[in-house]
Design a binder for this molecule. Structure first.
Ligand SMILES: [Mn+2]
Length: 388
């Protein structure tokens, strides 16, 4: 019997990601350090990063530094890395220096030309399938639009999976195939905020059976961890909450053991330094009053506060951030007639001068001063030179 092979599955690092107003570099550096510590402690055969290493195509130097420091520490610890590009990564940039990195045991799979070239650990062959589009798959393999139509991500991945497995069976039938991919797999549930425009109308969703034949599929893309196909196809989830939609998610790295082709998974929790919460159902004053009873850890966390107030709140954000320095405020707009049918026409019929004066009266309780009227009339009389 061959030795079991252990892969530490992570995904969606999103280095450089911001939580609206707030950079998350401290969170990213902290959880990546925890992943590196886990790799040192567990000594897996490889660390997997299933795409979206970075949050943006051209990451900032701080985000690049978190990545390069992590790779250096992993190489130092003797833990190889297999990383693919996700939809947020620019494949060519993430794959920069791939040949050099491979010599250190860092395998960057960002190119369709390398999908059938596995990284081998013991009896396991790991194939990296970078995030891609039908048009790129057609170009790389000389296919027509009937085989892989535009918009049909399932057809593109089905082709790639079959192509990889055919090569695998021809060249390495004695090994167990594992895939690393970045995709939205059907049955994985909705992703409210973590990913952009992937679930709209089901576009981009692929059925789990495109991965039939692989012993394990290490997925990235959806940020909540979840299992499909009886645990054979899995999302490890993001390393930390990347949005308020992930408030309360348990985060972890998944240690996947392949004993022959049998799969066992063990979660190793990650602890982001600050909690991410959404507070709802209270008025602004109630939130401020309750803040005093919260722990320093809670107050230092990221808080999205949705208040029930219908009236404008004076100096709301500065006051809220006195209590919660990393907070955002959302107030439901008053239930006005603008939502009613025909309201748009009424809106256009309103006189801008009257509306402005009414707004001023509403906010200050006073009529406009002469100076305010002068400024307002000058603004309303202003005409752009070229009518643009
Ligand atoms: Mn993604």
């Amino acid at each position: 019997m061959p030795h079991p092979v252990r892969l530490l599955h992570t995904a969606d690092w999103h280095l450089g990601k911001r939580l609206r107003d707030f950079p998350l570099l401290e969170e990213q550096a902290a959880v990546v350090a925890q992943v590196v510590d886990l790799a040192r402690e567990l000594r897996p055969d490889a660390l997997i990063v299933a795409g979206d290493v970075f949050d943006t195509a051209v990451p900032g130097v701080e985000a690049l530094r978190v990545w390069s420091d992590a790779l250096e520490a992993l190489v130092e610890a003797g833990v190889p890395v297999v990383a693919i590009s996700g939809n947020h990564d620019q494949a060519e940039r993430l794959g920069h220096l791939d040949g050099l990195a491979a010599r250190a045991g860092v395998h960057l799979r960002t190119d369709l030309g390398a999908v059938a070239t596995p990284v081998i650990f013991g009896h396991v062959a790991v194939y990296g399938l970078p995030f891609t589009r039908p048009v790129r798959v057609r170009a790389a393999f000389g296919l027509d639009t009937e085989t892989v139509p535009d918009g049909d991500d399932a057809a593109a991945l089905r082709f790639l999976g079959a192509h990889v497995l055919a090569a695998h069976r021809a060249e390495r039938p004695e090994l167990v195939p594992v895939a690393v991919a970045h995709a939205f797999v059907e049955g994985a549930g909705r992703e409210d905020e973590g990913e952009d425009a992937i679930a709209v109308g089901g576009t981009g969703a692929v059925p789990a059976d495109v991965f039939d034949g692989f012993a394990y599929v290490a997925l990235g893309h959806l940020h909540g961890r979840r299992s499909l196909a009886g645990g054979r196809v899995r999302y490890a989830g993001s390393l930390y909450p990347t949005s308020f939609a992930e408030a309360g998610h348990a985060k972890s790295a998944s240690l996947v053991t392949l004993d022959g082709d049998a799969v066992r998974v063990e979660e190793h929790p990650l602890q982001p330094p600050r909690p991410v919460r959404v507070l709802t159902g209270h008025s602004f004053d109630e939130v401020i009053a309750a803040a005093a009873t919260e722990s320093p850890e809670e107050r230092e966390g990221y808080v999205l506060v949705r208040v029930t107030d219908s009236e404008p709140i004076a100096s709301a954000l500065p006051r809220l951030r006195d209590a919660y320095p990393r907070s955002l405020l959302e107030q439901a707009p008053p239930e006005a007639d603008v939502a009613a049918p025909g309201a748009e026409d009424e809106l256009h019929a309103l006189d801008p001068r009257e509306v402005t004066l009414a707004f001023l009266r509403e906010r200050t309780g006073q009529d406009a001063s002469d100076l305010q009227l002068e400024v307002l009339d000058a603004a309303l009389a202003f005409e752009p030179e070229d009518g643009a």
